[in-house]
Design a protein around this ligand. Structure first.
Ligand code: PGA
Length: 270
């Protein structure tokens, strides 16, 4: 896993937006996997800026969101569909028909979840999946104990997640108890994952994810099995990582290679 540590949340957002913008420029028909929550908000703001000021073109991009609360309609102010419209889709030139957020009001959930998986496959799979991380180590709503091979399905939220998300609702009582979510297996099939984390409340989940054992008790740790994951963290979220100095050295080497400073590796042209 590549680990990038930025100074603060703003740095995390800018860096994540750069990776996404580079992909969209390189591959205008790419399929983006998107996430909701407080963490990716700044990334969306930066992408909107790039769209407005630097003509970043989303007109042929297809998107799939990770999850949605069960029982909330698309227009409910706390639904993830509403979040995406308000914070991203309404401000860029993506074709609304190409934005997919699971339908939290589907009645036949089993059939619907299969259909969601099929839609992703029909688009050729997800090129880049944006991910936040829960304080309990979840990715999407794959709560501790979720099968690491799981696919899109219904999931019961843990008390910890309900508490964490109560800040967006009036009270804990109003937080839905069920969500429809891509599975860990679904996420692992995307070609690249960007895992974002900021703030001290994420530090232990980040440590367990990156330096702990692979376990269904910390579903984000399954990302260790993926061949192309980039974790972008702020200083506080990275605070408990033991190998921080090594991750920084890797980034310095990467930068030197990219800039053609080969002398550092005994490769200076003669
Ligand atoms: P947050 O949520 O970005 O609002 O912290 C992350 C998550 O629960 O996956």
């Amino acid at each position: 896993m590549r680990v990038i540590v930025e100074r603060d949340q703003e740095g995390v957002s800018r860096r994540a937006a750069q990776f996404i913008a580079n992909l969209v420029r390189r591959r205008p028909t790419c399929v983006l996997g998107l996430a909701t929550g407080g963490t990716p908000l700044g990334t969306y703001t930066e992408l909107i800026r790039l769209h407005r000021e630097e003509n970043l073109d989303f007109s042929r991009v297809v998107t799939f969101n990770l999850d949605e609360y069960v029982g909330l309609s698309a227009t409910h102010p706390q639904s993830y569909r509403h979040f995406m419209q308000r914070h991203f889709f309404d401000h860029i030139n993506v074709d609304p028909r190409d934005t997919h957020v699971p339908d939290g009001r589907a009645l036949d959930f089993e059939a619907y979840c299969e259909q969601y998986e099929r839609m992703i496959a029909d688009e050729g799979g997800i090129d880049l999946q944006l991910l936040g991380i829960g304080s309990d180590g979840h990715i999407a709503f794959n709560e501790p104990g979720s099968s690491l091979g799981s696919r899109t399905r219904l999931k019961t939220l843990t008390e910890e997640t309900v508490r964490d998300n109560a800040r967006f609702f009036g009270s804990e009582q109003e937080v839905p108890r069920l969500a429809i979510t891509m599975g860990v297996g679904t996420i692992l099939e995307s070609r690249q994952c960007l895992l974002l984390a900021a703030g001290a409340t994420k530090a232990s989940a980040v440590r367990d994810t990156i330096e702990g054992p692979i376990t269904a008790q910390v579903t984000a740790s399954a990302l260790q099995l993926h061949r192309d994951v980039i974790a972008i963290l702020d200083e506080e979220a990275a605070r408990l990582l033991e190998r921080r100095d090594y991750y920084r050295e890797v980034e310095r080497s990467q930068a030197a290679l990219q800039e053609g400073r080969l002398g550092k590796f005994g490769l200076a042209p003669s």
